[in-house]
Design a binder for this molecule. Structure first.
Ligand code: FES
Length: 317
């Protein structure tokens, strides 16, 4: 059963224009002290305004525990979170947040790691890259952005022989698929970027071992055509209650409508906040937080989008 991460009050301490349309926002604990630790690939939930909570990967990890830093790309056609931060955030403003959660951790396995980043998707991969370099492990980073001025840490990364930058509007850049044949089948592969890039990564790596593949989505992919949503029944074991889930309803919706307090954040199956343990029943996994095989191994599901594959489930809620 997922537990609600610690609630925090953060104060915006610094803002830096880090690349074209990308700013790095640095937050400190509003009331002093140290922040909960974060591991490479972790993200925080930041409440930008009432009813507007967004997930942002940490772009670097501060071992002293005094700062969380996020890189935010301005997205005029987005859902408003990045626009609001870029246009309105002022130094000293306080924000509610949740302690870091990690749905994109580094593998424990040894061997080369290869990181594929598209645009702002580089943020969690930078913490992976730095951690692997610090550990002395072999790592390469391939990073696509539209123009040279759109890369985070451009000067540093451009000088790093383990990093390859592709400015797609300025050069003939290879597609991710073209790089894979030269990468050892046992390498750990990590990918974060636009949905199209992740879908290409999934297709191109379909013949590789699942435990070598790691992805993080920032937005939910479109539902597959023909995806159907039949009604089913959920028993909440600890509440000793049973809820009927309608065809157009999620388990999360039904819990909230019944006054049952469960953690959640993105409501899109990308952040992992609403993960629960499955006690009985089959699940049609529809999230991008973890592969279905991981959910099956851990007996977990994401209740804001995944559904019963049969007519009932028993959950540890
Ligand atoms: S609320 Fe984010 S995955 Fe369900």
């Amino acid at each position: 059963m997922s537990t609600e991460p610690q609630s925090l009050l953060l104060r915006l301490d610094a803002v830096e224009q880090a690349a074209r349309d990308i700013r790095i926002f640095r937050f400190k604990p509003a009331n002093g002290g140290t922040l909960p630790p974060a591991s490479p690939g972790a993200h925080i939930d930041l409440e930008i305004a009432p009813g507007m909570t967004r997930q942002y990967s940490l772009v670097d990890l501060d071992p002293s525990g005094s700062t969380y830093s996020i890189a935010v790309q301005r997205q005029p056609n987005g859902r408003g979170g990045s626009e609001s931060l870029h246009a309105q955030a002022t130094i000293g403003t306080e924000y509610r947040a949740h302690a870091p959660r990690n749905t994109f951790p580094l593998s424990e396995r040894q061997g080369e790691s290869v990181l594929f980043a598209g645009g702002i998707g580089v943020t969690p991969l930078l913490t992976h890259y730095n951690a692997l370099r610090t550990r002395g492990e072999a790592v390469r980073l391939f990073y696509w952005a539209r123009t040279s001025d759109a890369f985070l840490h451009h000067a540093t990364l451009a000088a790093d022989p383990n990093v390859t930058l592709y400015a797609t509007e300025e050069m003939t850049a290879p597609r991710l698929e073209a790089l894979l044949p030269d990468i050892d089948p046992s390498a750990q592969l990590y990918c974060c970027g636009p949905v199209r890039m992740l879908e290409a990564f999934n297709r191109a790596t379909a013949d590789r071992a699942a435990d070598c593949l790691h992805t993080e989505y920032f937005e939910a992919p479109a539902a597959a055509p023909g995806t159907c949503s039949a009604p089913f029944r959920v028993t909440l074991a600890r509440q000793n209650r049973t809820l009927e889930i309608g065809a157009e309803q999620t388990i999360l919706d039904a819990c909230l409508a019944a006054g049952i307090d469960v953690p959640y954040s993105c409501e899109e199956g990308v952040c992992g906040a609403c993960q629960v343990r499955v006690l009985e029943g089959g699940v049609d996994h529809r999230d991008t937080v973890w592969p279905a095989a991981t959910h099956e191994r851990e007996s977990t599901m994401i209740i804001c989008c995944s559904r019963a594959s049969g007519d009932s489930l028993v959950l540890d809620i």
